[in-house]
Ligand binder design. Structure first.
Ligand code: A2P
Length: 275
């Protein structure tokens, strides 16, 4: 069994914990803090690890004999050599109180199997794909907008990113800005991806909850497109439980039916990581 050395805070001597069965032990490559509540990190990718863009994996730290694991959407696309994650920081969160302190070279544990419903295969073909994200719910879409397969299946892609404040939009804003220079996906994304960033608790060029903007039609009017139509639109939703419930109700009111990997449909939902 492989062991990893961990430096505990109380003790200068590294403690060795075995890597649990069915886990990869990967190295942190980079960490970027966006706000006091949000950060992103990249880790090495095990050669054998395959996943579909939009899926999540269980992430933990080698800081206990039985480490705490949490579900994390993989924010990098399936073709990337590294794995990227976007995380909230919760001061007493069982995992994130420690995870927020990782540095390049540290070890992160990752279970071997990925899964999830926010994959293009869970949707039936249509013209336009909407990605509705609030908070860290943007992570699976960060993966999908960088995957050529998304544009193979959908002519138009709209990513909506709604956060409380302007600083929380930075991850999404940077991601979309960097896309146009991406050698693999730049041209496709420039032509086909539209990005709508909004805030709810701070003044910015676009304000209001995504539910409000769907209901009053301003989301569609702003893009010059018709409201959700089962013949044209497919929707992926990722955010808090309340947000999922409310957006799902609006999408269902428009006549779209929920799908899954085993039974593809017209919209899919997944809860964004918490705690
Ligand atoms: P608000 O500021 O009005 O609560 P959080 O960080 O709490 O997950 O919130 C991220 C974003 O999701 C915020 O802009 C928040 O708006 C919004 N939000 C929270 N609950 C809902 C909901 N039920 N429907 C739509 N948007 C929501």
């Amino acid at each position: 069994m492989q062991n990893v050395a961990v430096q505990t805070i109380e003790d200068a001597v590294p403690v060795e914990f075995p890597v649990p069965a069915g886990c990869h032990a990967e190295k942190v490559v980079s960490v970027k803090h966006y706000t006091d509540r949000l950060f992103a990190f990249r880790i090495t990718r095990p050669q054998s690890f395959r996943f579909r863009s939009g899926e999540f994996v269980m992430i933990g730290l080698p800081n206990a004999a039985k480490p705490v694991f949490r579900a994390y959407s993989i924010a990098s696309p399936a073709w990337d050599e590294e794995l990227e994650f976007y995380s909230i920081k919760v001061q007493d969160g069982p995992l994130t109180q420690h995870l927020q302190k990782i540095k390049p070279g540290d070890t992160v544990l990752m279970r071997q199997k990925s899964t999830g419903t926010l994959v293009v295969d869970a949707l039936t073909p249509a013209k336009r794909l909407w990605m509705i994200a609030t908070g860290t719910g943007i992570a699976p879409f960060a993966s999908l907008i960088r995957d050529p397969e998304t544009y193979d299946k959908f002519e138009e892609v709209v990513l909506t990113n709604t956060c409380r404040g302007v600083a929380e939009l930075a991850y999404g804003n940077e991601l979309v800005a960097a896309l146009k220079d991406d050698p693999l996906i730049g041209e496709l994304a420039t032509e086909r991806l539209r990005y709508v960033a909004a805030t709810t608790r701070e003044v910015s060029p676009l304000t209001g909850r995504i539910t409000t903007r769907i209901e009053d039609g301003s989301l569609f009017a702003g893009l010059g497109v018709a409201p959700f139509d089962p013949a044209v639109d497919r929707v992926m939703i990722c955010g808090s439980m309340e947000m999922l419930k409310d957006v799902k109700a609006l999408v269902e009111k428009a006549g779209l039916e929920e799908g899954s990997v085993s039974e593809p449909g017209q919209f899919v939902v997944e809860r964004a990581f918490v705690g």
